[in-house]
Design a protein around this ligand. Structure first.
Ligand SMILES: NC(=O)c1ccc[n+]([C@@H]2O[C@H](COP(=O)([O-])OP(=O)(O)OC[C@H]3O[C@@H](n4cnc5c(N)ncnc54)[C@H](OP(=O)(O)O)[C@@H]3O)[C@@H](O)[C@H]2O)c1
Length: 259
């Protein structure tokens, strides 16, 4: 089907979304927002108990999935496709590990971030792309402003987020003329429960210091609303990129903090 022959308005007949990284933070908020807006949602992550709790709350379908694992991801995709058309893939699974300078950075941390943020996103996107083309659907990535402006201590995470953004941008170019939208949402500081705790290997004090004194960091719900808005534009309107930060953050290194 050519783009010209697809409906100019967003189809409501197949409003089914797949959300990765759904067990916490931005992904869980996205599941809540999309289900509340009437979407059917498949919620993917590794932690079964958290997914089940979210399913009980929202009516989403939980699928325990490790997107760094080929077999696990294929099994999830097979289950999703057997259930019918898919209109959107929201790539939210991801994260930062460590904040060491390049000189002393841990290669395993960098490898893990690349496996998850880049290759994991690539893996599930490749598998769902044919179905998304059939439904005039959307591939959406939650990248980061870390993929726009690198900062000291952030080289590993920033490199993976630069790569994720490049992947989305090039996919957009490669799909021109085909009925698929590619959307990149790049958040700045979002205060989620787990992101910084994981980054600092469980050190809660270091994690909280990230947000110390910042009047109003973004909330996961703010990003979820960007996702919903972008997905619910007409099929022919591609929201290429959204960069969204708290008002108090001009850049990663220019953040207003109250004393
Ligand atoms: N928080 C921020 O300030 C911020 C800013 C910009 C961009 N982002 C990006 O937004 C996304 C979500 O961040 P967040 O703050 O919501 O962090 P989060 O709460 O730590 O969420 C990360 C999610 O990824 C899932 N995940 C991790 N490894 C996975 C794997 N191998 N397979 C499947 N799922 C996996 C986690 O669930 P399981 O452990 O259950 O698998 C979790 O649901 C990330 O891509 C992050 O880089 C965050």
């Amino acid at each position: 089907m050519s783009q010209e022959s697809s409906s100019p308005t967003s189809s409501t007949s197949a409003r089914t979304a797949v959300v990765t990284g759904a067990s916490s933070g931005i992904g869980a908020a996205t599941v809540r927002t999309l289900t509340a807006a009437g979407w059917t949602v498949f919620a993917l992550a590794r932690r079964e108990a958290k997914l089940n709790a979210l399913a009980a709350e929202t009516g989403c379908t939980p699928i325990v999935t490790d997107i760094t694992d080929e077999e696990s991801t294929q099994a999830a995709v097979d289950r999703i496709l057997a259930a019918g058309p898919v209109k959107a893939l929201v790539n939210c699974a991801g994260g930062a590990i460590g904040k060491d300078p390049v000189a002393t950075a841990n290669l395993d941390d960098w490898r893990a971030m690349y496996e998850l943020n880049v290759l994991g996103t690539l893996r599930i996107t490749q598998k769902l792309l044919p179905a998304l083309k059939e439904s005039s659907g959307s591939v959406l990535v939650i990248s980061s402003t870390a993929g726009i402006e690198p900062y000291e201590g952030g080289a590993g995470y920033c490199a993976s987020k630069f790569a994720e953004r490049v992947m989305a941008r090039v996919l957009r170019l490669e799909l021109i003329g085909e009925p698929v939208r590619v959307i990149d949402i790049a958040p700045g500081m979002v205060h989620t429960d787990e992101f910084s705790v994981k980054r600092f290997h469980g050190d809660a004090a270091k994690a909280e210091a990230v947000y110390a004194g910042v009047p109003d960091p973004l909330k996961a719900e703010d990003i979820a609303e960007c996702v919903r808005w972008a997905l619910e534009q007409p099929d022919t309107v591609d929201v290429d990129q959204i960069v969204v930060r708290p008002r108090a953050e001009g850049s990663y290194t220019k953040v207003y903090r109250q004393a």
